[in-house]
Design a protein around this ligand. Structure first.
Ligand SMILES: [Zn+2]
Length: 274
């Protein structure tokens, strides 16, 4: 496990863990074989379970200009039967890390998949982040809003609109003078990252732009959950090329190491954890 707490200029970013989980390779990456990933095992041993893809539902808290921003809300309390009955523990992890849920001013969603919106509401429908505005990418709201019956995770999202605590976001939007939204579509139509820039230092929280660190090198490898593989691949190329060239600190919700930099090692683009 790498560093879980960093500063970027005057901004503090804290990684939060809802829960680790594992999936069969062929479910997550149906167009790839498990052996495709073997050349990357020595680089990223924590992304390999016993014959399964090992990953996690991770979130980030950002403290900037006296504001507390929570990026994504995990898979939720569960149990999630599809994933072997796992149960998240994000709220406990927030308290452990000094970020109590009632301190959150803004909840920002990179996208509206179920492993990113799970803790919005308690079992009785109360807000888990009671003073927060909740920022939802417009394109995801439009996309998933059409499929309410088949997308159970929207039960954690549509009540935010009914309660008047949700705002829609598109393009680049300033959250504080140091934190800006940055559309990175493809995984979902509205998938959006966060750029952090303070005192000459920069970082990007890229949500689900990649799930396995091998995808930094093999940007064309798409998961079953990438809605538009062509757009996802092009977005990966654009963002990863820039992150590598500029030496950005880069964060992914599903990587076991919460912060790293992209660099070249023996011809491969790799994730070097901080
Ligand atoms: Zn995800």
């Amino acid at each position: 496990m790498g560093t879980t707490r960093i500063t970027v200029g005057n901004v503090e970013i804290i990684s939060l863990l809802d829960t680790p989980f594992e999936l069969p390779w062929q479910i997550f990456f149906p167009e790839r074989s498990q052996s495709d990933f073997e050349p990357y095992r020595a680089l990223y041993p924590d992304s390999y379970g016993e014959g399964r893809f090992r990953t996690q539902a991770g979130c980030y808290a950002i403290r900037s200009r006296s504001q507390t921003i929570l990026c994504d809300t995990g898979i939720g309390p569960g149990p999630i039967q599809f994933l072997g009955g796992i149960q998240g523990s994000l709220l406990d992890d927030m308290r452990r890390n000094g970020v109590p849920p009632e301190d959150v001013d803004t909840v920002f969603f990179t996208h509206l998949h179920g492993d990113h919106v799970g803790w919005n509401l308690s079992a009785n429908g109360a807000l888990n982040f009671p003073k927060a505005r909740h920022l939802v990418p417009q394109a995801d709201w439009d996309y998933f809003g059409k499929m309410l019956e088949t997308n159970q995770q929207m039960r954690q999202v549509t009540p935010l609109a009914d309660k008047g605590v949700m705002d829609l976001t598109s393009d680049e939007q300033t959250l504080t003078s140091e934190v800006t939204t940055y559309p990175t579509p493809g995984h979902t139509p509205g998938h959006t990252s966060l750029l952090i820039s303070s005192s000459g230092e920069r970082a990007i929280i890229t949500g689900d732009l990649a799930h396995h660190p091998a995808q930094l090198d093999r940007i064309e490898w798409c998961s079953a959950f990438d809605a538009d593989s062509g757009t996802t691949t092009e977005t990966r190329r654009r963002v990863f090329d820039q992150a590598e060239a500029d030496g950005l600190i880069t964060a992914f919700c599903h990587f076991p190491e919460p912060f790293g930099r992209l660099l070249r090692l023996e011809g491969k683009r790799v994730f070097q954890a901080l």
